[in-house]
Design a protein around this ligand. Structure first.
Ligand code: FE2
Length: 293
């Protein structure tokens, strides 16, 4: 079917919004761009990314040069956790996204950022989706969490809580931090695919780092076009997965009844604060300060 994507492209897609990756369509320049992004992040992330992510890179042989062929990558991933990677033009509708996750398919954007967008782009491209997200899908606990998220999303459709669920995804899968014996580490794909945020989220005094609290996090706004002002910290992937193994009915009832939204930088009296941010970066104008750095 012919669709207009959320980013405004007209594309012929399958019923589930997937497309053939058509790996041959990537140019040598695009493969080279992947290699440079890959080399840059891989030099930066040891000691910053959680060990499960670095292990995933190795197990999936993501070091092979060029944009990965999704069929080959999926064959390696499927043997580990049953997940596969499927190509989509760009962002897909919520119900389609949930269906993919619930069935252990990770939808990845079938394009790579331009040279001008090397450091930052808002829409998820193949580098963000594959380098950022796929390594952790090789971890059995995180792989279960992602499936649980998809199934939770399907159950939540029509209940008026999708914005709350989107915040859960944002603050864990995209921008999550994890406390380990070796120190604070990154597991969120939005950070792992960004050079500047990989440094900022751990080393900058500006952002809050608050211990994971499911309901509180689902009531917190987030920033889509700049560094986060608050990061949420889990103690383990088991803790994250367990938080989804509950009846969400009472939680959803409370979210709807309270109708509360915390601002991006707010700290509540009940928060378990690991680091109270200065918010100096945001106060200095955010993106502007980022571009200067
Ligand atoms: Fe993402």
């Amino acid at each position: 079917m012919l669709i207009k994507t959320r980013l405004g492209r007209e594309v012929e897609v399958n019923e589930d919004y997937t497309v053939d990756q058509n790996w041959e369509h990537f140019t040598p320049e695009e493969h080279d761009r992947w290699d440079r992004l890959y080399a840059r992040q891989n030099a930066l992330l040891p000691g910053r990314a959680c060990k499960e992510f670095m292990e995933g890179i190795e197990k999936l042989e993501l070091s092979k040069s060029g944009i990965p062929n999704f069929d080959d990558l999926s064959d390696r991933l499927e043997k580990l956790t049953g997940w596969r990677v499927v190509a989509v033009p760009d962002l897909v509708p919520d119900e389609v996204f949930f269906d993919h996750l619930a069935n252990r398919r990770f939808p990845a954007g079938n394009f790579i950022r331009s040279e001008e967008q090397l450091d930052y782009l808002q829409e998820p491209d193949v580098f963000h989706d594959v380098y950022g997200h796929v390594p952790l899908l090789a971890n059995p606990v995180f792989a279960d969490y992602m499936e649980a998220y998809g199934k939770g999303g399907q159950r939540a459709m029509g209940q008026g809580v999708l914005k709350n669920l989107a915040r859960l995804y944002w603050y864990t899968v995209e921008f999550g931090l994890i406390k380990t014996d070796e120190g604070m580490r990154i597991y969120g794909a939005g950070i792992l695919s960004s050079k500047s945020e990989s440094i900022y989220c751990l080393e900058d005094e500006s952002p809050n780092r608050i211990m994971f609290d499911l309901k509180r996090l689902m009531q917190t706004d987030y920033i889509i076009d700049d560094f986060q002002q608050t990061y949420w910290v889990i103690n383990s992937f088991e803790e994250l997965l367990e938080s989804t193994y509950q009846d969400f009915g009472p939680l959803y009832d409370a979210l709807i009844k309270e109708d509360k939204v915390y601002s991006v930088e707010e700290i509540a009296a009940s928060d378990d604060v690991h680091h109270e941010g200065t918010q100096a970066y945001a106060k200095a104008g955010g993106r502007h300060a980022k571009q200067a750095s």
